[in-house]
Design a protein around this ligand. Structure first.
Ligand SMILES: [Zn+2]
Length: 595
């Protein structure tokens, strides 16, 4: 595909591209000029995008936020109607696609593919029909600070470009774990962009790590019970049947993202699971939007990967042009169903997913592989040959629901925890405040078996626990945040606020102070008080003595024994390990004010 455009370029013995007789095409990208081996730096990328915008009325270059190191987060909008704002874009009735590259800045194929594609859409106009029924948002580099941490040594697995950026942000956060907790300023900017434009389709471009195989490109879409059935069906029945053959016809081998059940033995099977919402595709599912994860294969040459990404993006945009109507119907139908589900009727929302035993046999285009003892690792290690080999591989795709929750009418968040307000709002969740104090019967929970992670993960000390549901009267003061669930982003709200959600804010450590004991009993005090207390509570006395008999570590720990009694005494903190957020299961009349 590139060969026609660069036919007048020759490769010198020094390996550099020089113009022969004709002048070089001024619209070649830096990647093409390099002979398809280098990727441009941030400044060159932005300069090319700005040049595209200054030469085409259909292109606007803008920014959607700032990085922690002070770089603009670039956004290129393509619209033949010059509909460069969310409202104007919506008025055209066209579908909106958001294509992002460089969330992991070392995996930058999507950027170079996108720049060529924008040129073909707006400058050379070979592909201008792809703007007939679609408006395109390109984020050429999402993790801009990581993109500028350039080295040839950033990706040990990867076959080019010659130098590349770094996976994490300047704050050492992995943006593709940050969709829910939204700690990174870049992610907050992306979520504001996402929720203001509400793209009908989201595309996230990566490069894999892992095993060797024949495929240039692998992909993930969510079609399980973690996505609205209309949107999942659209992906399965409309999107994939068009896009996959198109990519294959363009000369690429494409397969599901390869997640082997057992390392080093593909014949044991591949898992197709539901993606948790900390990742792009799982997150878009909660927003009722289809998303495509593109993972080109790291061992393929850079040019092969960029072309595969280009051809896949082109097929995706073609399909959306053909099916803009069915796509809009699916996502708006999903949005209406979500809003209707917040009526307090107790509709069930699945939160956690597993994988059942059912599998389908698939042909897998691998390479001949043998296992050899690894001298360095001391373990068996696969040695991949260059000889292709076909395997029949069971693909496990029976996604099951392992935890779910009835959607309440609303959540109440006391004002002292209002720090979560901004996190909720960047997700497009609409909040209100109690205009006056309210005493209500609510549902909430107490946490047991509380365990903190030993090491930080994504900058946070996560916590695991079991929950004991409780129903009680609580007084929530004026200023309490009210999160109604009869809104479009309700599934995100439920996932953030239900402790059972895999990316619940409480699991990410947003409420860790609730697990801290702030009052204790001195031993000499409890020796006196505790005896009286046990004398008045024979059942507790029995439990205490049994624990001493059965649990030698406990028996040998004076502090633990005294604290055990303290926590069961009237002096204990009734709010220790208790969730401050409550559910209102049924509709209640609340006097609220807008934020
Ligand atoms: Zn990646």
């Amino acid at each position: 595909m590139q060969s026609a455009r660069v036919a007048f370029l020759v490769l010198t013995t020094a390996g550099q591209l020089l113009a022969q007789s004709e002048p070089a095409d001024p619209w070649l990208t830096d990647y093409e000029r390099s002979g398809f081996v280098k990727t441009p730096r941030y400044a060159e990328t932005v300069a090319y995008c700005q040049r595209l915008a200054s030469h085409s009325p259909w292109v606007r270059y803008t920014l959607f936020g700032m990085s922690p190191q002070g770089r603009e987060l670039p956004l290129v909008i393509l619209s033949r109607d010059r509909a460069f704002t969310p409202a104007a874009a919506r008025r055209t009735g066209k579908a909106i696609i958001l294509i992002q590259s460089g969330i992991h800045a070392g995996e930058i194929d999507g950027k170079d593919a996108s720049l060529m594609l924008i040129r073909e859409l707006a400058i050379t106009k070979q592909q201008q029909r792809l703007l007939d029924h679609a408006i395109l948002l390109f984020v050429p580099i999402f993790n801009v600070d990581g993109h500028e941490r350039v080295s040839p040594y950033n990706r040990i697995n990867q076959n080019g470009p010659e130098e590349m950026g770094w996976r994490a942000t300047a704050q050492n956060l992995n943006l593709n774990r940050d969709y829910m907790k939204a700690d990174a300023p870049e992610m907050r900017a992306m979520l504001r962009l996402f929720t203001s434009w509400l793209p009908d389709l989201y595309v996230d471009c990566h490069v894999t790590d892992g095993m060797d195989f024949q495929y240039d490109v692998t992909y993930t879409v969510e079609t399980g019970p973690n996505i609205d059935t209309r949107v999942g069906r659209w992906l399965n029945d409309v999107f994939l049947p068009y896009v996959l053959p198109k990519v294959e016809a363009a000369g690429h081998k494409i397969f599901y993202y390869v997640s082997p059940r057992e390392d080093h033995d593909i014949t044991k099977g591949i898992n197709l699971t539901a993606t948790t919402p900390r990742f792009s595709t799982g997150y878009a599912a909660l927003q009722n939007r289809p998303a495509l994860l593109i993972e080109t294969h790291m061992l393929k040459p850079y040019r092969t990967r960029v072309e595969a990404t280009h051809d896949l993006l082109k097929a995706v945009i073609e399909l959306v042009n053909r099916e803009a109507g069915s796509l809009r119907t699916a996502v708006t139908g999903a949005d209406h169903a979500t809003i209707a589900g917040g009526d307090g009727s107790g509709q069930i929302l699945p939160l956690k997913f597993g994988l059942g035993p059912r599998s389908q046999p698939h042909t897998f285009l691998g390479v001949e592989t043998r296992l050899e003892p690894g001298e360095l690792s001391g373990a068996l290690c696969p040695v991949y040959s260059s000889r292709p080999q076909e395997f029949t591989v069971p693909v496990f795709d029976e996604i099951t629901v392992t935890d779910s929750v009835p959607i309440p009418f609303a959540y109440l968040i006391p004002p002292e925890w209002a720090a979560v307000q901004e996190v909720l709002q960047v997700h497009g969740i609409v909040l209100a405040r109690l205009a006056e104090s309210a005493t209500l019967e609510v549902e909430s929970c107490t946490f047991d078996n509380v365990n903190f992670s030993e090491r930080p993960y994504e900058g946070r000390q996560g916590v695991s626990f079991s929950t004991r549901p409780l129903r009680e009267m609580r007084t929530y003061p004026r200023g309490t945040l009210v999160v109604r669930t009869d809104q479009r982003a309700a599934k995100v709200a439920v996932n953030l606020l239900e402790p059972g959600g895999p990316d619940a804010l409480v699991r990410w450590g947003f409420f860790n102070a609730i697990f801290e004991e702030k009052e204790y009993s001195e031993t000499y005090v409890m020796e006196k008080v505790g005896k009286r207390f046990l004398a008045d509570n024979p059942a507790l006395k029995q439990e205490f003595e049994k624990k001493i008999k059965d649990d030698p570590a406990f028996a040998a720990n004076p502090r633990a024994r005294i604290n055990w009694l303290y926590l069961r005494s009237p002096w204990a903190d009734p709010w220790l390990n208790k969730y401050p957020i409550a559910r209102l299961p049924k509709p209640v009349a609340l006097r609220t004010a807008k934020l």
